[in-house]
Design a protein around this ligand. Structure first.
Ligand SMILES: Cc1cc2nc3c(=O)[nH]c(=O)nc-3n(C[C@H](O)[C@H](O)[C@H](O)COP(=O)(O)OP(=O)(O)OC[C@H]3O[C@@H](n4cnc5c(N)ncnc54)[C@H](O)[C@@H]3O)c2cc1C
Length: 342
């Protein structure tokens, strides 16, 4: 990975965003023989595949697990399973995530829920290992430069590329293009502006003295203010201590989005308290606000190749699949679309 000030060089494809969509797209383009670089605003890779160290433990505070519907993604997950990178966590949760099977309280609906050994970020690190990724590189502007692209980072660095692949949440990609006055066609703009996301407030709590979340360590209860609770120790990614992940449901996340973090701790504790013993102690916490957590309105195709501009594709979970799997398949589709134009 690259973090320091590198010299400006033109690449074939600049991928914006080192989440799953961007990393898989970059790998595919690089394997096809193109010179690819990835720029990422965060300190590390993964985007919404996010794991946080808390005391001696860790917890996933973005995506919690993933499912597989398509053979193309199954092949990728099979590889991760073989490497020991992914594991099957469960086939359902207590408290109703698979409510159509009351006989087992929803704990087994037959569909594997996978997680990543050591936490979700580990799979992003694995994918990034053979790529050139400029972390801590927040883009502020994208502009057309001849028959290619120039992008500008917050610290003044510029990157030039023949083609661009954008994976940030779509409103953020649009803001970058607007800052550089990129003339999207009216129909591309309308398609992109239709995409909407729900926010999610997420908390991690280091609990000493006992957490009683039912096996396999999570409850999913969409109608409750705190709609997801998971014990990362039972999940197997925090062997030393119990780190509990709590997510507020979309309605509460919107309502409480701007509330101070101290108040959010109170909100989360309301959901967590029934699973704690009288002697449990909260030893630390981490609160995160995801403004663009889950796409509510998605684009009907896996990618969008912009019309009338140098090669530019959009990818991510807002493109025909609002989940980890959707992000993966969208990244691969966007890479394919660019391969036809390079
Ligand atoms: C709280 C939460 C819980 C979830 N739970 C699940 C779940 O259990 N199962 C499931 O399947 N899915 C879940 N998801 C959704 C899943 O995490 C996403 O679908 C998937 O990770 C999206 O990947 P992506 O590559 O499309 O986007 P992202 O991971 O968001 O990647 C986009 C990247 O672009 C970067 N970026 C943005 N702007 C700029 C800029 N200006 N310059 C440079 N870089 C920039 C971002 O930092 C980010 O790394 C959850 C999401 C959240 C937030």
């Amino acid at each position: 990975m690259i973090t320091a000030m590198e010299s400006k060089q033109a690449v074939d494809v600049l991928v914006v965003g080192a989440g799953l969509a961007g990393l898989l797209a970059a790998s595919q383009l690089q394997t096809a023989g193109h010179v690819v670089q990835v720029v990422e605003k965060g300190r590390g890779v993964g985007g919404r595949l996010a794991t946080w160290r808390l005391g001696p433990g860790r917890g996933d505070y973005g995506a919690q697990f993933f499912t597989v519907r398509e053979p193309q993604f199954q092949a990728i997950v099979d590889e991760w399973l073989e490497l020991g990178l992914a594991f099957e966590w469960s086939r359902g949760w207590a408290a109703g995530s698979a409510a159509d099977d009351p006989a087992n309280d929803g704990k087994d609906d037959g569909f594997p829920r996978y997680a990543i050994t050591g936490g979700m970020t580990a799979v992003a690190k694995h994918l990034a290992a053979h790529l050139t990724v400029h972390t801590q590189t927040k883009l502020t502007q994208i502009q057309v430069a001849g028959d290619g692209w120039e992008v500008v980072a917050e610290d003044g660095r510029t990157f030039t590329a023949r083609a661009l692949l954008l994976t940030p949440p779509v409103p953020q990609s649009l803001a970058l293009l607007d800052a550089g006055e990129v003339p999207l066609t009216a129909s591309d703009r309308a398609a992109l502006e239709r995409i909407e996301y729900a926010p999610c407030l997420s908390g991690l709590f280091w609990v000493a003295g006992g957490v009683a979340l039912p096996a396999p360590g999570a409850v999913q209860q969409p109608e409750q203010a705190i709609s997801w609770l998971a014990d990362n120790q039972q999940k197997g990614i925090s062997p030393e201590v119990a780190i509990v992940t709590a997510h507020a449901n979309p309605v509460q996340s919107k309502l409480w989005y701007e509330a101070p973090k101290g108040e959010l701790v109170g909100l989360f504790m309301g959901g967590l308290r029934p699973y704690l013993s009288k002697t449990s102690v909260i030893k630390g916490h981490h609160i995160h606000r995801w403004r663009y957590a889950l796409p509510l309105v998605t684009h009907p195709e896996r990618t969008l190749l912009a019309d009338g501009l140098p090669p530019l594709t959009f990818a991510g979970d807002a493109f025909n699949g609002p989940r980890v799997e959707g992000a993966a398949l969208s990244g691969l589709a966007a890479a394919d679309a660019l391969l036809n134009h390079l």
